[in-house]
Write a protein that binds this ligand. Structure first.
Ligand SMILES: [Zn+2]
Length: 69
């Protein structure tokens, strides 16, 4: 069961949620403010070691977690 981290664009809350769909357009509501302006962050596991199936997967990474510099 995949667990992803989401960040709320409204209140900046970061939370984890089960995300069973592969459809990235599905929105998950923030548990704090109930906004659906959330974005999916890279998973805290399974995404760091260059799995080619994800096609590079740096498009949502805003910080240092990509580590290619
Ligand atoms: Zn929120």
């Amino acid at each position: 069961m995949p667990i992803y981290e989401f960040e709320c664009s409204k209140c900046k809350n970061v939370f984890e949620a089960l995300f069973t769909s592969r459809d990235d357009k599905v929105k998950v509501a923030c548990p704090v403010c109930n906004s659906k302006r959330t974005k999916k962050l890279m998973s805290t596991f399974g995404g760091k070691f260059g799995n080619a199936s994800s096609g590079g997967g740096c498009n949502t990474c805003a910080a240092t977690s990509c580590g290619t510099t």
